[in-house]
Design a protein. Sequence first.
Length: 286
Amino acid sequence: MKKYRQKNAAAGMVFMIMFLVSAVLSVIYPGMFGAIGAVEVSAAGTVPEFTGWVQDDASLLSSEEEDALEKECARVSEVHGMGVYIVTTQDFGGGDIKNWQRQIFTEYGLGADCADSGVMLAISMAARDWGLVGFGEAQGAFTTYGRERMGELILDDLSDGEFYDAFARYVSMADDYLTAYEEGKPYTEDHHYGEGWRIPLIIGVSFLLSLSVSLVIVLTWKKSMNTRVRRDGALEYMREGSFQLSNRTDRFLYHTVSRTKRQKESSSGSGSGGMHSDHSGTSGKF
């Protein structure tokens, strides 16, 4: 009996020591025990939930801009039955951004409401990467030529940090691409985008409007200057002996500067302008 009591006393002493040590540690390092449980939470929350058509994890857009793009992507996706997505991130982790996009499309089940078809523009700020990938039937609308042409037209805005303008143009072009595909005329090397009859027509109409406005202004000025009787010679306006030339100087009044845009140097790749293309995607730097 005496030995049993001694064992109980020893066990109680050990428990008391452990309790005191735990209490001291919790006071000195208050976040120690909470951090153990936080590991599971943070590990589960490292990948944010993809909601909607626009995922701006790099915070490149204002809330108003993101809402506007979200609505337009939803409209184009509903009209054509193919998803139009925009994804931004600070760092996609390196490698080929196109493979990262394909992983996102698969893991999040994007395109589930569109027969697994769609197109995605992705931006990574760490190394200034961009990627454009088509999925499913949308690959027929976004040909290699079409993707590289789109990259050419949005690249300047991306380089200048005008991300909303670049994304808005991407969505507008995606609408055009999908419409052309549905009409059986996707944009290819034989059917160029933005080089049809509409461009010369727009230029011609703009020229005629500018010419008309200029003529109206010049004729108005001319009419307002006809306030005196016309004379045949300039000498009739000068009194005899009133003009004496005492000094002559040459004064520089105007100069004209012509600027030519310097072409950016680009690395060679499987696409044009430093772009790299495979069967369904195109990527590059901005």
